[in-house]
Design a protein around this ligand. Structure first.
Ligand code: BES
Ligand code: MN
Ligand code: ZN
Length: 499
């Protein structure tokens, strides 16, 4: 799709979108359109339930007096309450509805948007961003593609005053979208195609953006002593990998300690010898969602040349049952030196993360560590499919993340960590066991991870098991991989750690 920002004559072809505030107050352009259509707009509003609330849309086909195919009124609610995400949702909605109707061209007229906190240009860019995000489709394996080039919605124009500022704002957002799409693509890939080696190879794509990529193979993994991670992949014919991605964008250069993002990359989780039930097991292709988000985040940050030093570290393994798979009862010595009794081979994500967390802290001495993982089914029981769970040893950090999530509409909710949960991991045979029992499953998983966080490292764990994949459409995402976390963390970095 071709995105542009213009301030001159409004388009006489395709769909024309004018905005209306709550109570039916027309924007100045909408007033003009009402005049040129002989009052059609007002009459249409009167004969419908359209009130101009956020999300209200009214479509007038073949409006007389205009040569456009359709005239659409979009409600923006109260000007003082309007958020960037409302405009993204509008862009997403327009893309979805109009592409389905075979429309080829859309022009959105943004006027009357002069807010003190968010400029008109920035708001205009978010309409386009929403349309862009919603346009992503994973169709790599469809041999008969439905829409060929000609019949696609190809032009998305936003009319606003400060077009050059809108363009600059959109260029950054488009880089973030590149990151989101990278994550969605990785998470959507089938597990026969995406396994540790092919997943790691995808990181190489980031080198052209200036990211330094290092891939550790199984020999290096075992030589280093990452035995907990290695044990997870033992039953698989595919070699496990660790991928390290470094982006040094800080004006201070390499002296500044990096922010570290750590991802769980289990490319398929059968449960191992503690085998999962067959029904729904195909979902476990998205058990690499944490790593997928870290890959997408690195792409977004490097793409927009973020002024910060960041390291992304991902543990990639396939959890399979086999004669050489790890067994319930095995005791492994982790990279940190701590020993773990593996009582359930399906609690594998924490084993992968433990070693990558320790290695990352030791090697990079990061300012903070944020890990992402599709870690527990229990987080879906607790929070459902719209809000991710966070766990942290640092109040300021969790507040920063919560604030960023609210701004971009990728929300997170903090759950507690406490000694009473930690002790559920105590073990007779080893330093700890890898499961804490049925109660508080997401918390005991987080407590397990915390045992691998050095005391003074500010840390957040984000459990994205409920939000990485959606069986329902979202305002700015089709069904399937959501890319959750890329916008959240990009915003978290931009608002707190750049400049
Ligand atoms: N990958 C799963 C968690 C998961 C479940 C992600 C549903 C996405 C959707 C994880 O490895 C797992 O199997 N966790 C177990 C932990 C249990 C054995 C302590 C779980 O949640 O049941
Ligand atoms: Mn599992
Ligand atoms: Zn898993």
């Amino acid at each position: 799709m071709n995105f542009s920002f213009v301030s001159d004559e409004i388009s006489t072809s395709g769909a024309l979108v004018a905005t209306v505030f709550e109570g039916g107050k027309l924007s100045s352009t909408a007033e003009l359109l009402d005049k040129s259509t002989d009052g059609t707009l007002r009459r249409a509003i009167e004969s419908s339930r359209f009130e101009g609330k956020v999300g209200d849309v009214l479509e007038i086909l073949a409006p007389s007096g205009l040569s456009n195919s359709r005239l659409i009124l979009a409600g923006l609610g109260k000007l003082t309450e309007l958020k960037a995400t409302d405009l993204e949702a509008l862009g997403g909605r327009l893309y979805k509805d109009l592409a389905a109707k075979g429309e080829k061209e859309v022009s959105v007229i943004m006027d009357g948007l002069t807010l003190s906190n968010t400029g008109e240009a920035s708001l205009a860019s978010h309409v386009s961003f929403g349309a862009l995000l919603r346009s992503y489709k994973f169709d790599t394996y469809k041999t008969a593609k439905k829409s060929n080039g000609d019949s696609k919605l190809g032009t998305f124009t936003v009319h606003c005053k400060d077009t050059s500022a809108a363009k600059v704002a959109f260029d950054d957002l488009a880089k973030i979208a590149d990151g989101v799409f990278f994550t969605r693509q990785l998470v959507s890939e089938p597990p026969n195609e995406l396994y540790p080696e092919t997943f790691a190879a995808q990181a190489k794509e980031l080198e052209s953006l200036g990211v330094k990529v290092t891939v550790l193979n199984e020999k290096e993994i075992t030589d280093l002593g990452m035995n907990a991670l290695y044990a997870v992949g033992m039953g698989s014919d595919k070699e496990s990998k660790v991928v390290i991605m470094e982006w040094n964008g800080s004006p201070k250069g390499g002296d500044e300690k990096p922010l570290a993002f750590v991802g769980k990359g289990v490319t398929f989780d059968t449960g191992g010898i503690s085998l999962k039930p067959a029904a729904g097991m195909e979902d476990m292709k998205f058990d690499m969602g944490g790593a997928g988000t870290v890959f997408g985040l690195m792409k977004a940050l490097a793409g927009r040349k973020a002024k910060v030093n960041v390291v992304g570290a991902c543990g990639l393994a396939e959890n399979m049952p086999a004669g050489n798979a790890q067994r319930p009862g095995d005791i492994v010595k982790s990279y940190s030196g701590k020993t773990i009794e593996v009582l359930n081979t399906d609690a594998e994500g924490r084993l992968v993360l433990a070693d990558v967390l320790s290695y990352t802290q030791e090697k990079f001495k990061p300012r903070l560590v944020i890990d992402l993982a599709t870690l527990t089914g229990a987080i879906i029981v607790a929070l459902g499919n719209d809000i991710a769970g966070i766990f942290s040893n640092n109040d300021e950090l969790s507040e920063q993340l919560t604030a960023a999530g609210n701004i971009v509409d990728e929300r997170v909710w903090r759950l507690p960590l406490a000694e009473c949960y930690d002790k559920l991991l105590d073990c007779d045979a080893a330093d700890m066991k890898n499961i804490g029992g049925r109660a508080a499953g997401s918390i005991t998983a987080a407590q397990f991870l915390q045992r691998f966080i050095e005391n003074d490292t500010p840390w957040v764990h984000i459990d994205i098991a409920g939000v990485a994949w959606s069986t329902k459409e979202k305002p700015v995402a089709a069904k399937g991989a959501t890319g959750f976390g890329v916008r959240l963390l990009d915003r978290f970095v931009a608002d707190n750690y750049e400049g």
